[in-house]
Design a protein around this ligand. Structure first.
Ligand code: GDP
Ligand code: MG
Length: 370
């Protein structure tokens, strides 16, 4: 059933909440400002105020929020977004750190100064690669569970001395389920006990057919520790990206997904957003999950202020009215009214879902006791 809170109804009519409550009393309905009333009651109140009624169904609020697909002519090539996965201690963090050092920009500017959950490296050739800096499949699945599909390529790290382990298999399953192409980085080849051939054979048992065995999965033998073959891995990523023909329209309102979000003292709610299409600018009004806001500032991983951020760029956004969650969508809207409408609708819907869940929970508890 369609519902609305008294506050929201007052907002939409641009009337005082107190006057709405009074009108409700006149109609024989006792309600507080945060109370939810049904659409029929709301309609009576609107008539009492002499406003025109325009019933907007729930779905209408979301319709058109995300624009349709861009035409090929509007799109241009964008950098790939890469997630590193693999078994614990196989070298995910070491590899991410090693790749980060190949960034020519941070080399000049004094390195990456803050962790924002994702970063972009610019290679000597000018090519760029975006890495999600929260390795592990937990983050990957959490994002996917919320409908965010940000990863273009998975780099599966397998230690050559250890081979395929349980979390390697899980990572393979996740990449396969998400239909995201994989590149295998066979790590720790500096160790004497490294057996890269064994890794390739074991992969075959999990339906990962590497190029050397007639398949199309690239493998690169690396050592994160000794910084061996990192360029080759980057080349493999860029080759895969070329095959995927990754493109986005940068000349439109920005859309993206939250990589991570937190509440920071002095800065308020901040979130790292990966822009997926369009360009985000300071001053833009946005909806993000159940929250909304207006971009007050944009920071990159080097702590530099940006005026704008385009496709595949991870950027820390300030100006949220509440803290979103990883995997939430991020959509620039035309004005504050639209942002409030969507966020209000989503919060209401969320409350209803929570209510149903807790009601169901207590029913189950009741039955348990019987
Ligand atoms: P993660 O759990 O997958 O993030 O793995 P880490 O990056 O934390 O690495 C686990 C251990 O392996 C650390 O002690 C690293 O120093 C070591 N390590 C990572 N890469 C290499 C490598 O290429 N060669 C060797 N010998 N050790 C490595
Ligand atoms: Mg790690």
């Amino acid at each position: 059933p369609e519902t609305i809170t008294v506050q929201e109804l007052a907002n939409r009519m641009a009337e005082r909440g107190g006057n709405v409550i009074k009108t409700l009393m006149k109609l024989g309905v006792m309600a507080t400002i945060n109370q939810v009333i049904d659409a029929d009651t709301a309609e009576l109140v609107v008539e009492e105020f002499g406003h025109k009624i325009k019933r907007v169904s729930d779905a209408d609020v979301e319709i058109g929020l995300v624009a349709g697909p861009d035409s090929d002519a509007e799109k241009s090539t964008r950098p790939p977004v890469v997630t590193v996965m693999g078994h614990v201690d196989h070298g995910k963090t070491s590899l991410l750190d090693a790749m980060r050092e190949s960034d020519v920009v941070s080399g000049e500017a004094g390195g990456i100064t803050q962790h924002i959950g994702a970063y972009q490296v610019k290679l000597a050739t000018g090519a760029r690669i975006t890495f999600i800096d929260t390795p592990g499949h937990a983050a990957f699945t959490a994002m996917r569970a919320r409908g965010a599909e940000v990863t273009d390529i998975v780099v599966l790290v397998v230690a050559a001395n250890d081979g395929i382990m349980p979390q390697t298999i899980e990572a393979i399953r996740h990449a396969q389920a998400a239909k995201v192409p994989m590149i295998v980085a066979i790590n720790k080849i500096d160790l004497p006990e490294a057996d890269t051939q064994k890794v390739r054979t074991e992969l075959l048992q999990h339906e990962v057919v590497v190029e050397e065995m007639g398949g199309d999965v690239q493998t690169v033998e690396v050592s994160a520790k000794k910084r061996m073959n990192l360029e080759r891995l980057e080349e493999a990523i860029l080759l895969q990206a070329e095959l995927l023909d990754l493109k986005a329209n940068e000349n439109r309102a920005a859309e993206g997904a939250v990589i991570e979000a937190k509440m920071e003292r002095g800065r308020g709610s901040v979130a790292t957003v990966l822009i997926q299409r369009g360009t985000l600018r300071v001053g833009d009004t946005f909806v993000c999950g159940k929250e909304w806001g207006r971009v007050r500032a944009l920071d990159n991983e080097r702590g530099e202020r940006l005026e704008e951020a385009g496709p595949a760029t991870p950027v820390e956004v300030l100006g949220f009215n509440g803290t979103p969650e990883a995997g939430d969508d991020f959509i620039v809207v035309e004005d504050e009214a639209k942002a409030r409408e969507v966020s209000g609708y989503r919060q209401r819907k969320d409350r209803e879902t929570q209510f149903v869940k807790s009601a169901r929970g207590s029913m189950e508890q009741m039955f348990e006791r019987i």
